[in-house]
Write a protein that binds this ligand. Structure first.
Ligand code: HEM
Length: 505
């Protein structure tokens, strides 16, 4: 009895002391509910929100999300809403509304949907907020400057050639010369990001059971589960269900790998003290971070989170992009033939290296890559936290919700793209581009928080794909759309990329 009285007194005291704050919170919450009520969306229950309707099967869930988008878009709405449990989310349905969100200098911070990645990526560039993000973005932009990318070409080229050797080796053992090329592409992309940005060779291409690549796959699947199943947001359930143990095991694998990369570089730096630097040699991204550490600007944890961020963003996105491009071309012999003709004209059958000048001539291949990024953008959605209310087409988006722009939806909306399910590189002819709203195509996002690695990505994709097509004809027995894309953090093909390879004469 005595304890209960004490507890009630404590609660009353707390309420009295925080009356101002509580009043403000209640007022904001009331406004949030009132404004969210004005936005259309599937029926939501208290606490569970819309998630009670979510399909358990990931493929069905992906289709459900897409169909909801279509339903509200076909009513002419610019926005729709979901309740992710008790958290409201506004979904953007038009290119015009996406422009407003992505060009905003206020809607800069990432929303809580990304929190599952914090123990891994920390607040590195992808997840950083406010002034930390501004400072880091400024610091890192020169590392992806055009001149730096020219120096990376030799690495893209060499790793592209190693990929060919790997694919040819596998062809010999595979039934009917058909096998899933995705793991090969992923290991190639990992070697590329390590050698370019980190200045380190990890030879993942020749180590088929590379633990990092497999653990990143697992982390993506776990994050997708977390987003669909709000009960996993409750820590004891995460532990009891085994989810937390799986997450920690994979987290250990990915962070131990990046730790090894950083420690190797730190040792190299210590050993080089006293030796004069080659002034002509451009510094790798990781060398730049270590220099900043030596100057006192960054700590070990700052470097760790950036290395984890760039290692993940720099390989998982491009490997999905390369894989989907090959998948689409394997299903489109007429466009593949045009790429072959273009490459034959550039290289005249010679197995020589691929240079930056060659890439400029690959105009048709570039259209093919862009069209694959339209149908299957590597990053299917982008979410921001709304910290100040704003208005879109007369509707106020309230403070306290998240706002989501989905390249996967916008680029596959029949209102914007006629025959959107058809792979057609001609959509990237100049006159066709001119007919579209600029924000109808945003695979690299846009505005101040766009992808810092987009030129790197296009250069890598074109180089690697050109090597594959110079050597092989590729074919698929499964249609483009049968390989359903799962909107995990990175768009994952449910079937991998089972391709049939034939050596070109
Ligand atoms: C086809 C390949 C790629 C695609 C489609 C892609 C797409 C994107 C998108 C849509 C964003 C915005 C994400 C958001 O706001 O939530 C983004 C951000 C980012 N990307 Fe990429 N990306 C690709 C390749 C790369 C590469 C190769 C790197 C690094 C070398 C990279 C590094 C980053 C980083 C660090 C950010 C965060 C930028 C910031 O917040 O300032 N990306 N990317």
């Amino acid at each position: 009895m005595g304890f209960a009285v004490y507890l009630v007194a404590l609660v009353i005291l707390y309420v009295l002391l925080n009356l101002g704050k509580i009043g403000k919170f209640v007022k904001e919450r009331k406004r949030l509910y009132e404004l969210m009520d004005k936005i259309d969306g599937p029926y939501a229950l208290p606490l569970l929100g819309t998630t009670w309707q979510f399909k358990m099967d990931p493929v069905e869930f992906a289709l459900q999300l897409y169909n909801w988008g279509l339903e509200y878009s076909s009513k002419g709405a610019s926005l729709a809403k979901f309740w992710m449990g008790p958290y409201p989310m506004v979904i953007i349905l038009t290119p015009e509304a996406s422009k407003k969100v992505l060009e905003s200098n206020v809607l800069i911070n990432k929303s809580s949907e990304y929190d599952i990645f914090l123990p891994w990526l920390g607040t590195g560039l992808l997840l950083a907020s406010g002034d930390k993000w501004r400072g880091r973005r400024k610091m890192m932009t020169p590392s992806f400057h055009f001149n730096v990318l020219i120096d990376f070409q030799a690495v893209f080229d060499n790793q592209g050639k190693i990929l060919l050797e790997q694919l040819e080796d596998e062809m010999r053992y595979a039934k009917d010369n058909t096998f899933d090329a995705f793991p090969y592409i992923k290991r190639c992309a990992l070697d590329i990001i390590c050698e370019t940005a980190m200045g380190t060779t990890v030879s993942a291409q020749t180590n088929h059971t590379h633990p990092y690549v497999m653990a990143v796959n697992e982390m993506n699947s776990l994050a997708f589960k977390y987003q669909r199943m709000p009960w996993l947001w409750i820590k004891p359930i995460r532990h009891l269900s085994g989810y937390e143990a799986d997450f920690q095991r994979n987290l250990d694998i990915v962070t131990s790998f990046t730790k090894k990369v950083i420690e190797g570089k730190l040792r190299e730096h210590e050993e080089s003290v006293g030796f004069s630097e080659d002034k002509n040699k451009k510094k790798a991204f990781l060398d730049m971070l270590i220099d900043k550490k030596d100057e006192g600007g960054l700590g070990y944890e700052d470097i760790r989170e950036e290395v984890d961020t760039f290692m993940f963003e720099g390989h998982d996105t491009t490997s999905a992009g390369i894989g989907w491009s090959l998948w689409c071309l394997a299903n489109s012999p007429e466009y593949q033939k045009k790429c072959h003709e273009e490459l034959d004209q550039i290289f005249e059958g010679s197995p020589r290296e691929c240079t930056v000048d060659d890439l400029k001539k690959m105009k048709y291949l570039e259209k093919c890559v862009k069209e694959a990024l339209r149908m299957r953008p590597s990053v299917p959605q982008i979410a921001r936290s709304v910290e100040e209310e704003f208005e879109i087409d007369g509707t106020i988006v309230p403070k306290g919700c998240s706002v989501m722009v989905s390249p996967a939806f916008l680029q596959n909306n029949p209102r914007t793209y006629e025959n959107h399910e058809v792979y057609d590189p001609e959509r990237f002819n100049e006159d066709e581009i001119a007919k579209r709203h600029a924000y109808a195509y945003i695979p690299f996002s846009a505005g101040p928080r766009n992808c810092i690695g987009q030129k790197f990505a296009m250069q890598e994709e074109k180089t690697v794909i050109s090597w594959v097509l110079r050597r092989f004809q590729i074919h698929s027995d499964v249609g483009i759309r049968e390989n359903i894309p799962l909107p995990e953090t990175i768009t994952r093909p449910t079937m991998g990329f089972p391709l049939k390879f034939t050596i070109r004469q």
